[in-house]
Design a protein around this ligand. Structure first.
Ligand SMILES: Nc1ncnc2c1ncn2[C@@H]1O[C@H](COP(=O)(O)OP(=O)(O)OP(=O)(O)O)[C@@H](O)[C@H]1O
Ligand SMILES: [Mg+2]
Length: 362
């Protein structure tokens, strides 16, 4: 302390220049004078991180059990806290060891390192208040969608193949899929999302089903949320949110955005979806009932989803209705109903299910 006091006296007749020169000297001197205090403080401050790290670890474990994605900043925080706790212990061990009183170099080193790490610990204490530690893993949920009810009709398989070929074509980044209501566009898109993830064609896949009158903020949130971008619909103005989303989409190496159910032109730039020049790895597929929307969206390819053939209609109907359709009394009627459904899976599935287990009515 005496040395610091002397330095303080020397500083008294401060000129601006001496201030700049002497303050750092005082700081340097404090390293080998106050080294013990610094190491003790470091240990004390590092200990204060322990309840926080236990809490965050617990929340991370719960999130992982729910297949959620842990935020990068949380992972970095945890690993920095673990490191600093070890460092504090190491410096304390060194202090307990044999530091000879005259080993000024060792005292200086210890003091300097401890002081620096106290600042780091304080920063980590401030940063450790996470409102959330994870976000839902949209990609996992896409991958784990059940295959069970997906009927691979000839027409659906053909549309699926065309979609996959277009997705593999580097010159195509906006694909339009069209077909009448109930023909199976949404069902197809769910399968495509799964397949591209399984085949590792895209690292990230986001599927958003749009309402009739879509609200841009809602779309931005629905795309951003699964990518871990916190953008509640009530927050921020549209263009600021668009910038944020665009930045995030450009970060991903390969992102497929599926916009299901477009009713008219959607200004992708207004939403924050980058164009081909801005981001080569960000591709779009949209579905619509109308080919005019494909034109309005300037899709590079248009893929039709067609109704089922008579043969496929009957197979799907039979699958949904069960063995009842083979009973002599119902067979002809069932065949007629399947035919009347006009090859629309929506109608076939609904009617088939309605007939299932209704043999007591016959
Ligand atoms: N390939 C399929 N296998 C089995 N069921 C299917 C298939 N495609 C569609 N369906 C059935 O038809 C229903 C309607 O399909 P879907 O919602 O995919 O149609 P859509 O073309 O998206 O209609 P919309 O234009 O109204 O959005 C589904 O809920 C499902 O029950
Ligand atoms: Mg649909």
């Amino acid at each position: 302390m005496a040395l610091l006091a002397i330095i303080g006296i020397v500083i008294q007749p401060v000129t601006e220049v001496s201030k700049y020169v002497l303050v750092p000297i005082k700081q340097q001197a404090s390293y080998f004078i106050c080294y013990k205090k610094y190491v003790h403080n470091l240990k004390k401050e590092a200990e204060k991180l322990e309840p926080g790290i236990n809490d965050v670890r617990g929340r991370v474990e719960v999130a992982q059990r729910n297949s959620e994605v842990v935020l990068g900043e949380v992972e970095r925080w945890l690993s920095s806290v673990e490191d600093i706790i070890k460092d504090a212990q190491r410096l304390d061990n060194q202090l307990q060891g044999n530091i000879r009183c005259f080993d000024l170099h060792m005292r200086y080193k210890l003091g300097k390192e401890a002081k620096k790490k106290i600042d780091t610990v304080n920063g980590l204490q401030r940063d450790g208040n996470f409102s959330s530690v994870s976000y839902p893993n949209q990609n996992t949920s896409i991958e784990s969608l059940p295959d069970g009810d997906f009927y691979k009709s000839e027409s659906i398989e053909s549309s699926m193949k065309q979609v996959m070929d277009a997705l593999k074509d580097e010159n195509i980044n906006i694909i339009g899929v069209f077909g009448m209501g109930g023909v199976g566009k949404t069902t197809l898109m769910k399968q495509v999302a799964k397949l591209v993830k399984r085949e590792r064609l895209y690292e990230e896949v986001v599927m958003v089903t749009l309402p009739h009158n879509p609200d841009l903020k809602r779309i931005q949130s629905d795309i951003g949320d699964p990518l871990g971008l916190k953008m509640p619909p009530e927050e921020g103005d549209i263009s600021m949110r668009a910038c944020k989303l665009s930045e995030r989409l450009r970060q991903g190496k390969n992102v497929l955005v599926i916009l299901d159910n477009l009713w008219g032109r959607l200004e992708l730039a207004d939403v924050g979806i980058p164009n081909r020049e801005e981001c080569k790895g960000c591709n779009i597929i949209f579905t619509t009932r109308s080919t005019e929307v494909c034109d309005a969206m300037e899709s590079q390819v248009r893929i039709a989803v067609n109704v089922l053939s008579e043969h496929d209609s009957w197979s799907l109907f039979r699958e949904k209705a069960g063995g009842i359709v083979d009973t002599p009394t119902l067979h002809d009627l069932a065949w007629k109903v399947a035919k009347e459904s006009g090859g629309l899976p929506l109608a076939i599935v609904t009617l088939g299910r309605a007939l299932r287990n209704k043999d007591q009515l016959v």
